[in-house]
Design a protein around this ligand. Structure first.
Ligand SMILES: Cc1cc2nc3c(=O)[nH]c(=O)nc-3n(C[C@H](O)[C@H](O)[C@H](O)COP(=O)(O)OP(=O)(O)OC[C@H]3O[C@@H](n4cnc5c(N)ncnc54)[C@H](O)[C@@H]3O)c2cc1C
Length: 319
């Protein structure tokens, strides 16, 4: 009888790096994602001619595994350096050449990814994991890698009636973020290379996607500060957006806003994380949790968390 595949929940960079590693070792692997596309918070949106990175804005590449991956993506023209290293910032910032989402999209090409499959319940059936999706789908897996934000993983465990005596997922905390995407009538006055860390009460980040080199049409991405985003997350987004635009008006003038929309990220940066790169539950068949809530966080941390989970499974298979 053929063994069941490994199942990965989440096609963000963590789930995709795990799936790529397993696929490279010829381990049958299926990734399930609830979204219509892949990449999770490495998100790029097009509005007319304008292109916006509205989730992650750039990434670091400090670890050898991720550096190797980024070098490969650079050679393929998918990633490039955006912000060179300067004295007070020892590491360059990297971006997707045509938007952040191109990076996970490329990774997904070498994986089996099933989209629009929200995992709603998991349970053990014999020595396999049965994974149920919101479209009444059911999959059997020899091992399960869960790479969705920790609060969503907790919800999944709750729906599945699975409880651990000590559950480190409860320690992981995320900031929310309101991301405002505005098209402009002319280039903004944000200096090159096009990103401004603001750390204000209302706005924390402002990026010119035209100067960043991903949008032909002038456009800016504005991120609300964690406190402001938390306060307005479930409130009047039109009013919150108007406040954010007022704060940045001087920074983008003489450009005028033509049109804007706002995206609500309930989970953006994991500011309290589990120190290890993944958590393995004590279950009969492997059940691992990883992603940016584990280890170093952010895009790079999520990538290496995914690799670590895959390597752990591979070690078990060869032992
Ligand atoms: C506004 C914002 C700004 C950021 N800025 C930066 C930055 O500048 N630099 C940086 O390094 N990082 C940044 N980050 C963080 C970075 O985007 C994340 O750390 C990283 O992308 C997380 O990857 P992941 O694979 O762990 O999770 P995700 O990208 O969240 O992937 C999880 C996937 O799981 C799917 N999913 C969720 N629940 C289910 C379910 N039940 N069933 C199936 N699928 C499910 C989701 O659709 C998603 O695709 C930012 C994030 C945001 C939102």
């Amino acid at each position: 009888m053929k063994p069941h595949p490994v199942l990965v929940v989440g096609a963000g960079i963590a789930g995709l790096s795990a799936a790529q590693r397993l696929a490279a070792a010829n381990i049958p692997t299926i990734v399930l994602d609830k979204g219509r596309g892949v990449g999770g918070r490495m998100a790029t949106r097009r509005i007319g001619e304008a292109v916006f990175d509205h989730g992650a804005q750039y990434f670091s590449a400090k670890t050898p595994d991720f550096q190797e991956f980024v070098n490969g993506a650079v050679k393929l023209g998918i990633a490039r350096e955006w912000w060179p290293a300067i004295a007070d910032n020892k590491h360059p910032r990297w971006v997707g050449s045509h938007g952040m989402n191109a990076v996970p999209k490329l990774m997904a090409e070498s994986c089996t990814v099933l989209k629009e499959k929200k995992v709603v319940k998991i349970q053990m059936v014999g020595d396999a994991w049965q994974v149920m999706t919101d479209d009444a789908g059911s999959f059997l897996a020899s091992a399960l890698l869960v790479t969705i934000p920790a609060p969503q993983a907790l919800e999944l465990l709750e729906n599945s009636g699975i409880h651990f005596a000590e559950n480190p997922l409860t320690q992981i905390k995320y900031h929310p973020c309101l991301a405002l995407l505005a098209t402009l009538d002319s280039p903004s006055s944000i200096p090159a290379p096009g990103g401004l860390q603001i750390n204000g009460a209302v706005v924390s980040w402002l990026a010119d996607n035209f100067k960043k080199g991903i949008s032909k049409h002038p456009s800016v991405t504005i991120h609300g500060s964690p406190t402001f985003s938390q306060k307005h997350l479930d409130g009047d987004l039109q009013a919150a957006g108007a406040m954010m635009l007022e704060v940045v008006a001087d920074l983008i003038q003489p450009a005028q806003v033509l049109d804007w929309q706002i995206h609500r990220w309930r989970y953006s940066l994991a500011y309290e994380r589990y120190p290890s790169m993944y958590f393995e539950a004590e279950t009969a068949s492997p059940l691992l949790f990883g992603g940016d809530g584990f280890g170093m966080g952010n895009v790079e941390g999520a990538f290496v968390s995914g690799l670590a989970m895959a390597d752990y499974l591979l070690e078990g298979m060869t032992a």
